[in-house]
Ligand binder design. Structure first.
Ligand code: AMP
Length: 426
């Protein structure tokens, strides 16, 4: 038997109804903030991610699905391509390529699959889905303003509330500017030097290549060492500190609760200033529903114009998981209103005509087959979870009135064709 590849999975009904519920809430909420959809390719040139995400990140170093494409002619060397591991790099590439900055401020979102070769576990897959949104534009359009950071965070709180997801926590930090980080990295290296030999293998490597990443460590024995390290908050310059304070001030005014977490550093190189994460208690070890932050230097790193931006990626798999406990998701899975049972030769056509009429009235109708005996039709209707069964036999067609039976109560009545939609909708 051929099975789905490790780390990938089929999203099956009825759960897919929850995915649609999430996506339509996302579209509604984002619309109110004037976000518009962008759809970028699922694969891009490898160089985009190497430059946009950073060669030293786990994603680029270990987790990408990369292959060499065939050239045009057999002798051509192909281009190196990669399945997108995240969405921001592709969106910023499109921003540069199509000169979207000429339109001023852009609010863009996309929904789709991402690919990372991580170790699969509950809430962590190799093909997973992200809902990604970005605000990006030239500085003159206000893209650098702390008002944008607060707007994005307030939108996320609104979305989670709308989905009925309670018990989330917003953790907030500022990772400063590249300048601040030079000084911070220096201080970190100094502090790590005498203690790094006592740390895990990953941290020993990070201490040399990218000390900031030590804060991502989850190994319990390393935590006391990490707790004693200097913090980025001590290294923010005046501009970054003011920016961060302004974000917090707006959030407080609009009533979005948050907690400061100065250990929060993002796994991607291009982040500046605000970094954030929403977590949810019910998710277990992989408890981050979404993460994001500012990336003021990304466009320039990709050869584009100055285009500060802020964005986030929601893990849709995890959002749906936390939704399964939410009351607002109840009733999302829709059962058919009725099952139409043609009874006897020639009745398929009559049933099809009736089904067509009823579906035009927005009724959800399932349809059987004239070769089914009545007992089999009843079983099929029950299995489908239909509210009613409607019998289309020779007698019914002759009188133009049909036997309608409520499957829960067992009540059966004969209903004239014209009254059917109203009777079933009631
Ligand atoms: P990141 O792009 O790493 O900042 O991740 C943003 C969000 O995507 C995380 O908070 C998770 O909810 C989700 N996510 C990241 N990696 C995975 C994965 N391998 N499987 C499922 N969800 C993921």
């Amino acid at each position: 038997m051929i099975k789905a590849v490790r780390g990938t999975r089929d999203l099956l009904p009825p759960e897919t109804a929850l995915w649609n519920f999430v996506e339509s809430a996302v579209r509604d909420v984002f619309r109110a903030y004037n976000f518009q959809e962008i759809r970028t390719p699922i694969f891009e040139s490898t160089e985009l991610f190497a430059r946009g995400v950073g060669e030293e990140t786990d994603i680029v170093a270990k987790e990408m699905y990369t292959w060499e494409d065939r050239g045009r002619a057999d002798s051509d060397k192909g281009q190196s391509l990669t399945l997108r591991p995240e969405a921001t790099a592709g969106i910023v590439r499109a921003y540069i390529e199509h000169k979207l900055g000429d339109r001023g401020l852009n609010k863009l979102y996309c929904i789709g699959p991402m690919f990372r070769r991580e170790r699969p576990q509950k809430g962590r897959y190799r093909q997973f889905y992200q809902i990604d949104a970005e605000i990006i534009g030239p500085p003159s359009a206000g893209s650098e303003s702390p008002a944008r950071d607060a707007e994005v965070l307030e939108m996320l709180a609104t979305l989670l509330d709308r989905l009925g997801i309670t018990g989330w926590t917003l953790e907030l930090n500022s990772v400063g500017c590249p300048n601040d980080r030079v000084a911070f990295n220096e201080a970190l290296r100094k502090a790590l030097d005498p203690v790094k030999d006592k740390m895990c293998a990953d941290c020993q490597r990070r201490a040399v290549t990218n000390p900031l990443r030590v804060f991502d460590c989850k190994v319990p024995e390393d935590q006391p060492i990490i707790d004693a390290l200097p913090r980025i908050s001590q290294f923010l310059d005046e501009g970054c500190r003011k920016h961060f304070e302004a974000v917090q001030e707006i959030l407080t005014k609009v009533g979005i609760p948050f907690s400061l977490n100065d250990r929060l550093v993002r796994g991607l190189d291009y982040y500046t200033r605000t970094a954030f994460e929403f977590t949810h208690g019910a998710l277990g070890a992989q408890n981050a529903i979404l993460g994001g932050g500012r990336y003021d230097g990304l466009s320039e790193a990709l050869g584009g114009p100055a285009a500060p931006g802020i964005g986030f990626a929601i893990g849709e798999d995890r959002l749906v998981m936390s939704l399964q406990e939410s009351a607002s998701a109840a009733g999302v899975v829709k059962k058919p209103d009725l099952y139409i049972a043609p009874l006897g030769a020639g009745m398929n056509a009559e049933a099809a005509r009736l089904a067509r009429e009823l579906r035009r009235h927005d009724l959800v109708a399932d349809l059987g087959d004239e070769t089914f005996r009545l007992k089999k039709s009843f079983e099929a209707a029950t299995k489908a979870g239909a509210k009613y069964i409607l019998i289309v036999g020779e007698n019914e067609v002759k009188t133009d009135a049909f036997a309608l039976k409520n499957l829960a109560t067992g009540d059966q009545i004969s209903v004239p064709r014209a009254d059917l939609p109203r009777r079933i909708q009631e």
